[in-house]
Design a protein around this ligand. Structure first.
Ligand code: SF4
Ligand code: SF4
Length: 112
């Protein structure tokens, strides 16, 4: 089991999660983060830290595609352990539907 970052992170990217992870397994894309499922020790500490409620245990239903996306992009995006400011318009995108189709970017973020 692992935790995964899901759709509501896209364009919210608050980054409260990265500083609490004991094994530094968050990776940064252009407008969202992902968790490396092979490195996550399933401690659950990050889940309540996410203001967008985007982090879920993969034991929840219908997260297979998100698990795949987390695994795929954590292999290519840079590691992130230090919190930076959220995008200025993060609040505007909190809870918006269809973010994966409309806004997902495969580009890497800047990392630490
Ligand atoms: S705290 Fe939540 S919204 Fe912010 S980067 Fe982490 S997973 Fe994404
Ligand atoms: S569950 Fe624990 S190990 Fe996994 S990403 Fe969250 S804080 Fe890191």
């Amino acid at each position: 089991m692992t935790f995964v970052v899901t759709e509501n992170c896209i364009k919210c990217k608050y980054m409260d999660c990265v500083e609490v992870c004991p094994v530094d397994c968050f990776y940064e894309g252009d407008n969202m983060l992902v968790i490396n499922p092979d490195e996550c020790i399933d401690c659950g500490v990050c889940e309540p830290e996410c203001p967008a409620e985007a982090i879920k245990p993969d034991s929840e239903p219908d997260l297979e595609n998100w698990l795949k996306l987390n695994a795929e992009y954590s292999a290519v995006w840079p590691n992130i352990t230090i919190k930076r400011d959220a995008p200025a318009d993060a609040k505007t995108f909190d809870g918006v539907a269809g973010k994966l189709e409309q806004y997902f970017s495969a580009n890497p973020g800047q990392g630490d």
